[in-house]
Design a protein around this ligand. Structure first.
Ligand SMILES: Nc1ncnc2c1ncn2[C@@H]1O[C@H](COP(=O)(O)OP(=O)(O)OP(=O)(O)O)[C@@H](O)[C@H]1O
Ligand SMILES: [Mg+2]
Length: 161
């Protein structure tokens, strides 16, 4: 894969801080945005997603952890689709879920375990890789491919001047 257009690294010292980073991102999302989430079990992907949902004004009661379905639609300020690819075997299986019809559509997409099926990502997207550093500490590597994802990264995480 080609090198990302922009990258940033953040540190989160608590689940609450990861949530707060998510809220900030959720306020910025627009229809068509695609955010892929990568990281081991318990890395904090779902904590970040819950924050994003809050920032996108999704009612807390709507936000589940995708367990039975591959994609959950949420109604917020804009439609938000929360997907989890963990249990999928391959691209053909993903195709059968209808997921690909949602990409680039009227909602924003949040996709956990994107690394299970990298081809699920569109050409331009934002990827967040979470890594456990210590019990409560996570490192978040944020990478953007493309113009709009690059702008989204800048708006979310402005460089200190
Ligand atoms: N800084 C942190 N940010 C996020 N979660 C943290 C942090 N420190 C500790 N945690 C803990 O790590 C766990 C993260 O769980 P979460 O469900 O968000 O992970 P996940 O990446 O979605 O895992 P899975 O792939 O199993 O769904 C929670 O138990 C949370 O309390
Ligand atoms: Mg999860």
């Amino acid at each position: 894969m080609s090198a990302p257009t922009r990258t940033r690294t953040l540190r989160s010292a608590s689940p609450e801080q990861t949530h707060a980073w998510g809220v900030k991102l959720g306020r910025l999302l627009r229809p068509g945005d695609f955010v892929g989430l990568v990281g081991d079990l318990g890395a904090g992907k779902t904590h970040l997603v819950r924050g994003v949902a809050e920032g996108a004004e999704v009612a807390r009661s709507e936000v589940a952890s995708p367990t039975f379905a591959i994609v959950y639609p949420y109604r917020g300020r804009i439609p938000l689709f929360h997907a989890d690819l963990y249990r999928l075997e391959d691209y053909d299986e993903l195709y059968a879920t209808g997921f690909l019809d949602l990409v680039g559509g009227e909602g924003a997409m949040l996709v956990e375990w994107l690394d299970k099926i990298p081809r699920a990502a569109p050409r331009e997207y934002l990827r967040v890789t979470l890594r456990e550093v210590e019990e409560d500490v996570r490192e978040l590597l944020v990478e953007a491919w493309g113009e709009r994802p690059g702008e989204l990264l800048e708006a979310w995480l402005p460089e200190n001047r």
